[in-house]
Design a protein around this ligand. Sequence first.
Ligand SMILES: [Zn+2]
Length: 260
Amino acid sequence: MKNIIYIICFSFFLLTVSFNGAGLKQYRLKKVVIDAGHGGKDPGTHGVFSKEKDIALNIALELGRIIEENMKDVEVIYTRKDDQFIELEQRAAIANQNDADVFISIHANAIGIKSVHGTETYVMGTNKIEGNIEVAKRENAVILMEENYEERYEGFDPLSPESHILFSLYQHAYLNNSLLLAGKIEKQFKERVGRRSRGVKQDGFWVLWRTSMPSVLVEVGYLTNTTEEKYLNDRLGRVYLASGIYRALRDYKAEIESMN
Ligand SMILES: [Zn+2]
């Protein structure tokens, strides 16, 4: 009788161990890919005295530094750490191959009206939230600088609105988490960094479309606005913006890990 009880207890113990091992895998945010937009022969947009590719790289490196310093359990992977040209497809591939948990792409904005300023954070898709197709078209247009783009992007024309509408079906699986992170970034910019937040928006960005994880594209400000261009070129301004993105990521990580 005693032996039977031992066997039952031992079987129960084995069951518990195997259940914990296989069934209760805890979700952890472990890898972040930081993507500095543009680079090399692609300067992106520009202001009076600065280029988008340099602003994006500076903020990306600052963000990575803050994450590495404060989140020892998170690995930071950059798509570029210097002034080099990287194709859009390659940026998404770096995130996918590294099995990243989050993809953050950093950009700066431009428009013909000099008074327009503020931050915007985009997630992939269309329709749900008011988008700005001009921004997506501009950010996607780099494809035209890449070799053999006709074959590689399967007839996708970065300048046609129809191509952008096709995007709406993709990245759907990660939309809720992407929106969660995007909302936290804009909230930080508005409430803690003191920027004018133009809100969370949705549109068809190629670089976000091909990533297999929650992904956001942050437009940190308008280089065509004189005051904002100065802010984006000021070291302290860049640290404030990077810190805002860091705090949003930290809150996002805590929130999704607490859902385990
Ligand atoms: Zn850009």
